[in-house]
Design a binder for this molecule. Sequence first.
Ligand SMILES: *[C@@H]1O[C@H](CO)[C@@H](O)[C@H](O)[C@H]1NC(C)=O
Ligand SMILES: *[C@@H]1O[C@H](CO)[C@@H](O)[C@H](O)[C@H]1NC(C)=O
Ligand SMILES: *[C@@H]1O[C@H](CO)[C@@H](O)[C@H](O)[C@H]1NC(C)=O
Ligand SMILES: *[C@@H]1O[C@H](CO)[C@@H](O)[C@H](O)[C@H]1NC(C)=O
Ligand SMILES: *[C@@H]1O[C@H](CO)[C@@H](O)[C@H](O)[C@H]1NC(C)=O
Length: 475
Amino acid sequence: MFASLFAITLGKIINTCCTTVRSSQTLLGKPQLSGPSEALVKDIIDFTCEVQSQLKNESILLKGHREKPLGFYTSMHGEPGIIPFVIKPSHEGDLECVARPQNVSTIEPTVSSTHNLRVVEPVDNAQIIILSDPKKVFEGQSLKLRCHLQAGNHVSYKWLLNDRLISPSPGVNLSNGHLLIERTTSEHSGSYKCEASNKFNKTVFTAVSPEVEITVTDLVSAPDISFTVSKESAHIYSAVVTCQSTKGTPPITFSLYNNENLVATMTSDDRNAIFKVPLVLDQHLGYLKCAANNTNQTVYGHWLPLDVVSVGGRVRIHLDTDVAENFAVIGVRLYCEVERGSHARYQWFLNHTLLHQRGSFYYVVNQRPEQSILLLAVERHSAGTYHCEASNSFDNTTVISSSRLYLDKKVLNHVPVLVAAVIFGCFTLLILLISICCGIALSRLLLQDVTEYNEDDGVMETDSGDELDRNSCGQ
Ligand SMILES: *[C@@H]1O[C@H](CO)[C@@H](O)[C@H](O)[C@H]1NC(C)=O
Ligand SMILES: *[C@@H]1O[C@H](CO)[C@@H](O)[C@H](O)[C@H]1NC(C)=O
Ligand SMILES: *[C@@H]1O[C@H](CO)[C@@H](O)[C@H](O)[C@H]1NC(C)=O
Ligand SMILES: *[C@@H]1O[C@H](CO)[C@@H](O)[C@H](O)[C@H]1NC(C)=O
Ligand SMILES: *[C@@H]1O[C@H](CO)[C@@H](O)[C@H](O)[C@H]1NC(C)=O
């Protein structure tokens, strides 16, 4: 009896509870929220919240992101609530509306499905901020720029260097309005711009920053040193020293040292500098070295002795031949060498006529202070008397002549005999080595052979009158 009473009471309670829930569902339906999915900042947009209700008096609350209330409406007769509001960037996100019956506390409020709103704020006033410092960037350092906007969201960025689009690549990172170049070179110098843009309903908004000039200074490479001799007047000479770097962004400050003493300093808008240093011939005047600097560090070149030896001693001429398979001489190489002379210059003569760099039957292939080589084809035109002369490249007062060398086909055709003999000699040597143990006597015989060839050097024929070197100083 008691138990059944309890059961009925419990049943009533459950029934009341369930009826309340059911009535809230039927009396107050789920609201429907409608409005645009995308809006522009500062626009005034109407959102509509409609609720099926038998209660008539409900308050409708529109809530934004993070429960932020955006507007109220009191629906007296079940009419849809139209809630206008001014769009701000913070309104972006999920919106929902809540319907709450007025003064009927027993009925629970109902909530709409969420409605996503994208808020677009047009980009405005782009500006580049240099994050890496200083503004002067040295090769190898990083460059970091940011595109700062006064306004704008949902932005995509482009970076331009000298009006050309920068694409991401290894060492060049573009992300979220930042540009990072990890290791700069002078190729990254130029004027930078950033372009920010966003889009609302097919309208594209763009903001381009003012240009920012960035200079990347390439570090100067160790300078090379060289000098030429210049004759200022009789017996007065100077060394014209060139310090030259292959890379580096000007301006570059070059310094010239003699031993450890600074001789001169010069700032150049080029990658080289020229210094003039007094010079005394045939005297060691120390060692020169160039230094270069275009940043905060100085690089040094190698030492070069300041020694100018004027031409002197004998000028020697000798000959070498190219032989065809049939042992006929087809080409001749004449060598000319002066005993002393750091700046020697050579001239070749045939029958006292100066030969230039190149002719129909000859070619001067090597012109160094140590040696000059004249290549000759063996033909009718190349017959005659050859000699060479050496002088200082910086003045012509000293000219030293070599002995004379007569060449024609007949003279040259002595050569095959010699060559044949040499080849035969080698062959003999080989046989001797392979055969029975080579006796001392045999070796001596062989030595004798070699000596004979040297003596029988029938190729050189010198004019007897000009056999001695002619030294015509102070002409
Ligand atoms: C609705 O509210 C008005 C005024 O606030 C009141 O006069 C009316 O009786 C209410 N109706 C219901 C059904 O509560
Ligand atoms: C409902 O409540 C509000 C305040 O909560 C009050 O101003 C209004 O008069 C009440 N309406 C009825 C019908 O009780
Ligand atoms: C986009 O523009 C078109 C035509 O200009 C307009 O009909 C449409 O309502 C716009 N959409 C939004 C979301 O503003
Ligand atoms: C040089 O002189 C020789 C005679 O000594 C002559 O046979 C030869 O043709 C001359 N060569 C030239 C190029 O004049
Ligand atoms: C030396 O002579 C050559 C040709 O004879 C000439 O080209 C050169 O300019 C002269 N050099 C000097 C320093 O006089």
